[in-house]
Design a protein around this ligand. Sequence first.
Ligand code: HEM
Length: 458
Amino acid sequence: MACAYQTHYCTYIRVPRLLTLQTPQSDAERLLITAFQWHELWLKVLLTDARAALADAGATFETTKLLRRGIALFKLLNMQLAFDESVLVRELQVGKTLRVWRGRYFSEQLAQLTRLSRRLRQLTRAAYPGLAETLAEYAAHLTAFRTRFQSFAKATFIPKKSHAPSYSEWLCLRELLSLQDGVKAAWTELGYAPTTLAAPEHISADESMFIIVHQCFELWFKVMLDHIDRAIPLITAGAISDATRLLRRVVDIQRLLVQQIQIPATMLPLDFARFRDERQARDGKVFQRGLSPASGTESYQFREIEIVCGLRDDPVFRKYLDGTEKLPIRLLTPRQTERLQQPTLLDAFQSAVSQRGIAKLDDLFTPANIPNPNADLAQLADTLIELDEQFRFWRLTHVSMVEKMIGGKSGTGFLGPEYLMETAGIKLQEKNRVFEDKQVRPRFFEELWQLRTRLGTY
Ligand code: HEM
């Protein structure tokens, strides 16, 4: 960043503080805390939106828009609950061996949302087109979600008296739900660098959602990195099936993130423009305040995932991390520099293949009904392909959502949608290039993809 007072992604969404709010006793508990914190963050969006919808009371499209976002969120929350139930309850025995909080009440936000939803139902009297159907759908989704979420949450509750923390203490809820103020540069005359940060202030329902969606990503990025970091030494030590189990969870999380990246498009482009680039005219001068240069580009955990999966060895990506004078954003942080020295998933897989003495990758696979002496490695390879595939889906879905929101406008991080299309391999950026090299990001496990062409051809 050019100036310390410009808005940085990490301060705007409070990443460093957010990532200290998980203090688990075990790996299973880390997953559980993340799942509940993630649910609570989205419950905050649902609550904020419900209040804003009541304030609008069906007078404009705002009410319908916010309720439609609620419906999209209930679908997302249900997807996460399917993961919670299958991974946490069945695989990690949460509920049987892991019970973590005590007290009678758990989600105060869910209780509040239930109360507000009774008032929302009265809005059916408002005549805005489509509102009545949306309200009915919203209410049905809320009821189904509440039942499922409550039964999952109760499985983690300690019924007897104990010294365990309350639900709210366990999740650091008070602090978690206060990290949405959005620290931005103060009003600054156009063309000048800011000299102070603005004090946190009241923000709109849309901006609150925008901050929370990023926080929800960073929470899961941390879990993904934790799982990949544990899988790498397991693969090198030959514990292939244990590593594959961890990586399958990473793929499940990626599936959730591909759905989650569509949530920002529940705002209208003009709603987004209001807080993305705010401008004011005063005394014949124009002042500006806004997100820029805060951008997902500055998400250091996203870069770490790219590095640790295998992009470490891609020369164009390495040059990209070094940055360029044309880009006032620092891409390579000390954590990433450290990561660049560490083994990647790709290294670990290649070493496991050579430890088994497999000369040609083709020999790793057999049809499903033929016994395979390397079945564990073949399953790992399939999981790596899925991980790569989901990463690609994320890139494609993100750029499509970005285009819906800002069309071809420049991004707050100065790179823009055309750059994103180039990274996803859709098309090369023609105008306003920041980098000379083509920024097409290669797949992490290219050799495994190429093998698919050869398989079955003799
Ligand atoms: C309205 C919502 C969003 C818009 C309009 C948007 C726009 C953009 C744009 C234009 C870029 C290119 C860099 C730049 O010029 O700023 C970018 C990069 C990026 N964004 Fe988003 N974004 C949105 C939401 C998100 C969310 C929720 C995440 C979740 C973490 C995210 C993560 C990223 C990442 C990781 C990059 C870097 C990608 C790369 O370099 O390969 N974005 N975004």
